[in-house]
Design a protein. Structure first.
Length: 200
């Protein structure tokens, strides 16, 4: 959609509210802003939880919190290796900007704990009553998946019916995520924002 600009929190928040997200390619290159022709979303009514994950959910000894350790979650997401990627788009500038947005109440994290040890998490952006999931990490099997299920329960309880996941990955597709057109996504985003849901 655009090249250039910076990651000042006001720019980032306005972009998400318009269905656009930043994706830094390299710290030495201009910033790139995306609104792809096909957008991945996860509709909660279509959520598919496998039998093994459902069993793990019932048996888990992990506990879950919201916004208890945002800085740690985004930093661990930045250090998580990605298949087919040499680096991370979660640069130091991204961490600074999203941490400011978190302090202002626009970006949130879910944490998975094994006792007092942080072992998984997910974070994303509240785009004014719609939610965009950004990244996850895990240090124990299924910890990030269980944190995501906790997040979905939280958002569902507040009236949200879907979340933006931007790009379709095999893991998210197994959970029931699908691609929709940019036009349809922007319509759904606008509809969600008119409801003015209090998500957190």
């Amino acid at each position: 959609m655009a090249i250039g600009g910076d990651l000042r929190p006001v720019n980032v928040l306005e972009a998400y509210r318009r269905g656009i997200f930043p994706w830094p390619i390299d710290e030495g290159l201009p910033l790139v802003w995306f609104c792809p022709q096909e957008r991945a979303i996860l509709e909660f009514a279509r959520l598919h939880v496998s039998r093994s994950l459902a069993r793990e959910r019932r048996r888990t000894g992990l506990s879950f919190t919201i916004d208890r350790a945002f800085r740690e979650v985004i930093s661990l997401c930045a250090r998580t290796p990605r298949v087919g990627e040499a680096g991370t788009w979660i640069t130091a500038e991204v961490i600074r900007s999203y941490t400011e947005l978190h302090a202002a109440g626009h970006v949130h994290s879910v944490e998975a704990w094994e006792g007092e040890l942080l072992v998984g998490g997910v974070y994303g952006v509240d785009a004014g009553g719609a939610f965009a999931g950004e990244s996850m990490f895990h240090l124990r099997p299924n910890a990030s998946k269980l944190a995501l299920l906790f997040l979905i329960e939280h958002l569902s309880a507040r009236g949200l019916e879907w979340m933006d996941i931007q790009m379709l990955t095999p893991h998210m597709e197994r959970l029931g995520a699908r691609l929709i057109s940019r036009e349809r996504f922007l319509e759904r985003l606008a509809q969600a924002r008119t409801r003015n849901l209090k998500l957190f």
